[in-house]
Design a binder for this molecule. Structure first.
Ligand code: LIP
Length: 255
């Protein structure tokens, strides 16, 4: 299954790059005032669902564009282009993210960042890799030297608690903040030590399933803002583990 996942995520990444070269001719629609979908999102998801359906017809699939297909034991979580808004604006901050769950537990994850020429993979208990080399989270244990990432909802903001509240509480404690507009890219960068952590409210399972496994297999930590596990990814906090308790103190103090 691991090689199959690698093959389809690499092919999907190659397709995304090909579409990136034809941005001007591609249809871009609005799913809502804040969410875009392109021909590339749709066609890449169709390709991934067809390949998985051919190889594992009994498996379930949850995809951003076509939703849920029920299945037994295994479920694939697909985001054909994570960071669609960045993609449509010609920025390189997007990726193809595919996670695999067995009985609800993450067992495999892969993210292709094609514009960066990077392929991230992780297997439960098997570690995390970038372009075939083992990766690990950063060794930084000081929040004041930490670079964190998060995305703040803009137009059409729906989250119960506005992430600006959390950002307002965190920003005075960290050296800098990044927002690449792609949860999958943020998580890859935590896993390989380019970021000390990433938090997000109200994110979708297909945006983060593969990335969270990458972080935990790279030696990092994942929880909700109070150190527990929030249902439906209402709150996602991932760090290198060393600054996790500091972040929980700050995020936990925001109500
Ligand atoms: C995106 C996420 C990002 C979030 C965006 C959007 P998409 O996913 O990766 O973190 O801020 O609103 O949800 O829609 O590009 O797959």
């Amino acid at each position: 299954m691991r090689q199959f996942l690698k093959d389809i995520v690499v092919e999907a990444g190659r397709m995304a790059l090909a579409y990136r070269g034809r941005l001007g001719q591609m249809r871009v629609d609005k799913k809502s005032v804040k969410d875009l979908v392109t021909d590339a999102d749709r066609i890449i998801e169709k390709f991934l669902r067809k390949e998985i359906g051919k190889r594992y017809p009994e498996h379930g699939i949850l995809g951003e564009e076509e939703g849920e297909k029920a299945g037994k034991e295994y479920r694939w979580l697909i985001d054909p282009i994570d960071g669609t808004t960045s993609f449509v604006h010609g920025q390189p901050f997007f990726g193809v993210s595919i996670g695999l769950e067995k009985s609800g537990e993450p067992v495999l994850g892969a993210v292709s960042l094609p514009a960066m020429g990077e392929l991230y993979e992780a297997q439960k208990g098997g570690g995390a890799y970038c372009n075939g080399k083992a990766i690990g989270v950063s060794q930084c244990s000081s929040l004041a030297e930490s670079v964190m990432a998060t995305s703040v909802g803009c137009i059409g903001q729906e989250a119960e608690i506005d992430n600006m509240n959390y950002l307002g509480a965190v920003k005075g404690h960290i050296i800098s903040m990044r927002n690449f507009g792609s949860a999958a890219m943020h998580l890859c960068y935590v896993a390989c030590g380019r970021l000390e952590g990433y938090w997000q409210v109200d994110i979708k399972p297909y945006d983060v399933a593969a990335g969270i496994l990458l972080v935990t297999e790279a030696g990092g930590k994942y929880s909700d803002f109070s150190g527990g596990m929030s249902k439906f990814y209402k709150q996602v906090l991932t760090t290198n583990g060393r600054i996790h308790e500091d972040m929980i103190k700050i995020l936990g103090s925001c109500t």
